[in-house]
Ligand binder design. Structure first.
Ligand code: TYD
Length: 142
C-alpha cells in the first residue's frame, strides 16, 4: 500500500432508517463496507484540544464515522494532503492503507467510530512521519 494516495480515500453514504423516535444506521459486513471487518473501536471522552492519530498504517483499511459530534481528519500521502470534516453519523470516510492521518478539532462529546480490516497490530503502525515518507518512497523497508 505504499502507492496509495489520498485520492483513494472517499466519503460514503451509509444506510439510514429514520422515524420520529430517532435514527438507525446499520453497516453490513462486505455489503456496506468494501473490506472484511475484523475490529470495531471507538474514541470517546476526548478532552478539548486533543490530537489523535499521528501515524500511518501499512496494511490496515478503515471506515471512520462521526457517530456523535464532529472532528477533522487530515490525510497525507507524502505528496498531497486533504482534510475531511466528519459530522454526520450516516456518512463514513473510507481510508485505504498507506496514508498518514491526524485527527483533531473534536467537538464536545464527539465519538469517533472505526471499523477496521485487521485486528490490532502495532507492527502495522508507522508512528514517525519521516519514516512514513521514506516508506512511501520505498527507500526504507519497515
Ligand atoms: P492509537 O491507534 O495510537 O490511537 P489514536 O490513533 O486514536 O490516537 O492507539 C492508542 C493506544 O491504544 C495504543 O497504546 C494502542 C491502544 N490500542 C489498542 O490496544 N487496540 C486498538 O484497537 C487500538 C486502536 C489502540
Amino acid at each position: 500500500m505504499r502507492l496509495s494516495s489520498i485520492d483513494d480515500s472517499r466519503l460514503i453514504r451509509l444506510p439510514l432508517v429514520h422515524n420520529q423516535n430517532g435514527s438507525i444506521t446499520a453497516i453490513n459486513n462486505s455489503l456496506d463496507v468494501p473490506f472484511d471487518v475484523k475490529r470495531v473501536y471507538y474514541l470517546y471522552d476526548i478532552p478539548n484540544g486533543s490530537n489523535r492519530g499521528g501515524h500511518g498504517h501499512k496494511e490496515l483499511e478503515q471506515l471512520i464515522i462521526a457517530a456523535s459530534g464532529s472532528f477533522d481528519i487530515t490525510l497525507r500521502d507524502g505528496k498531497k494532503e486533504k482534510v475531511y470534516h466528519l459530522n454526520n453519523p450516516s456518512e463514513g470516510l473510507l481510508m485505504p492503507a498507506g496514508l498518514w492521518r491526524d485527527i483533531d478539532n473534536f467537538s464536545s462529546g464527539a465519538i469517533c467510530l472505526v471499523l477496521a480490516s485487521m485486528t490490532y497490530s502495532e507492527v502495522d503502525y508507522i508512528r514517525d512521519y519521516a519514516e512514513f515518507l521514506a516508506w512511501k518512497k520505498g527507500s526504507k523497508l519497515c
